[in-house]
Design a protein around this ligand. Structure first.
Ligand code: ARE
Ligand code: CA
Length: 481
């Protein structure tokens, strides 16, 4: 049974009001993250290039995001669902999200704002259109024929299941040589294909891109990815999408030699702890749960696939989602990736677009959710940067839904996901004495705090009430005195 059933609507609304109401994003904090310490990724799912550029300047840089992950930039099949981006037709940087010139300008603008760019690279396959068609930028193509790029000998025909599609994830050959939902599967063992893929990635590197999310990595042998990586013109950050499946032969650990890997168990387990189990169990969340090693893992509450599948927390969970993100950003396991969505009512619904399927400029809180701007989430990016490298100490839990911990000498978070407020107790932080901005309820800017101030005494303690389904977070980057 769902533990949160008896939650009073007023509490949810109260939290939603205090945590989530959009506010103008403040100027850069006085204690900006030092170069290299900004590791938080934000996935601006299906944003057009002009809007990504504006967001880097107005919000991502000032709030301390280190990387923006953008949706696939290559030419794709032309239709309205969001997933057309995952059906390449050519490697021209021309898509419903913008032109090559707009892409280039976005990369430059983000760099000027101190934000690096990760491109979602679709390299396992081309389109899934039986009868071919004309791509977004006007290229004619067939299912197994992309003029000047690939022809029929560059694809796998696995000879299984009557239609060459993957049916059995327990069969390694099938997972890597058959078609993922009818998408023409590239022969990534061939030197021609590897070189062509590297040429595409090198083109993006020449535009200044910093890294790649390799879509569908599970469907390519790790050695094929290594061979493509070896053809890159310079080093680039890599994160591979290998969805952990219990008992499957292709495991995420096979890919860590190439770079980082998404840890899909994290978001599912975190949702389960918040929804049905106990936050107290999170005390050793990470490697002890059988996850990838922390240094190789990229973690998220949800991504564009899992938010459509269920079993995770999403923007629809409002205050609870903000708390889960606050925990993720405060907890040192893995590299956090914040999701930023467009709102939708059906799985296939595309991003806000004009009549020709061109993605329109982002308007936060109208058609676009902009979770990364929610004050709690944006402020906790500052917490992450200020506490980078500090271990977890002073763990406290009440056995159930109230937890607290320090990031040694740098920050402190307490989350109360009980149905009632917890008052009359003090918290040992071990932090330097002083007045700190509670960044869950206030934004620190130009030396002042727009919310409650928490006073840590000379012995490292503070006293405060933590409301139901709420939290308090303080860190040395948001200290008033
Ligand atoms: C669409 C239509 C299909 C149609 C196809 C071709 O939905 O019906 O056959 O077009 O015309 C996305 C969408 C798909 C879409 C596709 C192409 O989700 O709906 O197909 O784009 O436009 C597996 C993979 C994993 C993959 C997930 C979705 O291992 O790599 O499936 N995730 C990435 C992206 C997706 C994207 C693709 C790959 C394709 O993030 O957004 O698809 O580029 C177990 C296994 C997992 C498996 C999972 C789901 O958990 O362990 O490995 O994930 O089941 O099957
Ligand atoms: Ca493959």
């Amino acid at each position: 049974m769902h533990r949160r059933r008896c939650r009073a609507a007023a509490l949810v609304l109260g939290l939603a009001a205090s945590l989530l109401v959009p506010t103008t994003v403040a100027a850069p904090p006085a204690a900006a993250a030092t170069p290299g310490s900004k590791k938080v990724i934000v996935q601006l799912f299906e944003w057009n290039w002009t809007s990504v550029a504006n967001e880097c300047t107005s919000t991502l840089g000032p709030k301390g995001y280190g990387y923006v992950q953008v949706s696939p930039p290559q030419e794709h099949v032309n239709s309205s669902p969001w997933w057309v981006s995952y059906q390449p037709v050519s490697y021209r940087i021309e898509s419903r999200k913008g032109t090559r010139a707009q892409f280039q300008s976005m990369v430059n603008t983000c760099h000027n704002a101190g934000v690096k760019v990760i491109v979602d690279a679709v390299v396992n396959h081309m389109s899934g259109q039986e009868n071919g068609g004309t791509g977004w930028a006007g290229t004619s193509y067939g299912h197994y024929n992309y003029p000047g790029v690939y022809s029929s000998q560059d694809f796998h025909y696995c000879g299984r299941n009557g239609n060459n599609d993957i049916a059995n994830y327990n069969d390694r050959y099938e997972v890597q040589n058959c078609e993922l939902v009818n998408l023409a599967d590239l022969k990534t063992e061939s030197d021609y294909v590897r070189t062509r893929l590297a040429t595409y990635l090198n083109d993006l590197l020449s535009l200044g891109v910093d890294g790649f999310r390799l879509d569908g990595s599970k469907h390519m042998p790790a050695a094929d990815i290594a061979a493509i990586k070896a053809k890159l013109s310079r080093s680039a950050y890599l994160v591979q999408e290998v969805i952990y499946g219990a008992g499957e032969p292709v495991q995420p650990t096979e890919y860590t030699g190439n770079g980082d890997v998404h840890e899909f168990r994290y978001g599912k387990d975190l949702a389960r702890m918040f929804n049905n189990e106990r936050l107290a169990y999170l005390r050793n969340f990470g490697e002890s749960w059988g996850y990838l090693s922390s240094a190789k893992a990229v973690v998220f509450t949800d991504n564009h696939d899992t938010q459509r599948e269920g079993g995770v927390l999403t923007y629809r969970d409002r205050g609870e989602y903000a708390l889960a993100n606050a925990f993720m950003l405060a907890w040192p396991y893995g590299t956090p990736a914040v999701m930023s969505s467009f709102t939708y009512s059906g799985r296939d619904q595309g991003p806000p677009s004009d009549g020709s399927n061109k993605v329109t400029n982002t308007t936060c809180y109208s058609g676009w959710e902009c979770e990364h701007r929610w004050p709690v989430i944006a402020n906790m990016v500052g917490f992450r940067n200020a506490t980078e490298g500090a271990g977890v100490t002073n763990w406290y839990d009440n056995g159930y839904q109230h937890i607290a911990f320090s990031r040694a000498g740098k920050g402190y978070l307490t989350v109360n996901d009980e149905d009632s407020a917890i008052s009359g107790r003090s918290y040992y932080t071990g932090l330097p004495a002083g007045r700190y901005c509670d960044v869950i309820h206030g934004t620190f800017s130009n030396g002042s705090c727009s919310g409650p101030v928490i006073t840590v005494d000379s012995a490292g303690w503070f006293a405060a009430t933590v409301n139901a389904h709420d939290a308090i977070a303080i860190h040395v980057g948001a200290k008033l005195s």
